[in-house]
Design a protein around this ligand. Sequence first.
Ligand code: PBG
Ligand code: ZN
Length: 373
Amino acid sequence: MSFSNLVSDLAFRDSNPDERGSQISHAPSRTARSYASTNATSVSISGDISSQLHAGYSHPLSRSWQAERQLTKDMLIYPLFITDNPDEETPIPALPNQHRRGVNRLVPFLAPLVRKGLRSVMLFGVPLHPSAKDALGTAADDPAGPVIQAIRLLRSRLPQLYITTDVCLCEYTSHGHCGILREDGTLDNAQSVDRISDVALAYAVAGAHCVAPSDMNDGRVRGIKLKLIEAGLAHRVLLMSYSAKFSGCLYGPFRDAAGSVPSFGDRQCYQLPPGGRGLARRAIQRDMAEGADIIMVKPASSYLDIIRDAKELAEDLPVAAYQVSGEYAMIHAGAKAGVFDLKAMVLESTQGILRAGAGILLTYFVPELLDWL
Ligand code: PBG
Ligand code: ZN
């Protein structure tokens, strides 16, 4: 028996029984045991041994060591849709397994998840009352509205939970855009920043640990930070900026769920163009300079290069990635069509997002991940 065959034979016998399946496919077959090593497969002591990679990942544990970071439950933020109808619990057709819930449904739903290790949620308000929408998005910071009610409730009933709040006007404006509009239908940045920073402050005062503006108005991070400082809340309310938020078709299921489809036009004049890597880098640097504590990239899987850019530009800040509604729906649809196994695809997609540089992950797969991790 040659030296290399002896080594393979030992590796075969030493392998964990659970791992035999994969080892067998690499080990020489019993009948081939006398097969002489050729120069092509053997490595001489003086030859180049940099070709030898398999040893580094021949075991499940050594495979996990190849990743710079592993997904943990602490990294997960679960997005929730909260309606103004307190007893409602309605499935969202475009988002399998996700529901719109009223405040009365939150604690019964979340308590078991908290026991499984849920650390954080992101709240989205979904006003369903026909009178709830106007040109200024007045309902966004209604103290009796679903988000502020949910913040207070969760802070008192599930005090371990870290509460992040999406801050935007599109769910509350009659026109469905993410700010206040001028006569000509374009965004009025100054007015929008004033209004959005008031909304963020109201959430912070109600007890949110984190405010996350997703509106994309220029200057809103600074506007929010200044109000938090004035209110004496800046030392304990984190500002997570949706800095590199790209426009596109992947938010469709969310807009159905949240009732925030614009009544005219689209969001291409404020969300970033999908090819705009340079703009994303500028937005990330701008938001850091304006006081963001966390930089977010969204969507995730089609923008892995941007996540990497964010990690390089914002190397001293945590970077979050949002696996958005369209990515979630696409993975479900692919699994249902038999293209791949759901769990395998979810874990593969999250590994890609972490490998790119994210350390925080917003995803609708949080309940499943709490079972799988
Ligand atoms: C609100 C907001 C949106 C998302 C997060 N915050 C929708 C949008 O910008 O149209 C998308 C989340 C998702 O698709 O899962 N501005
Ligand atoms: Zn919006």
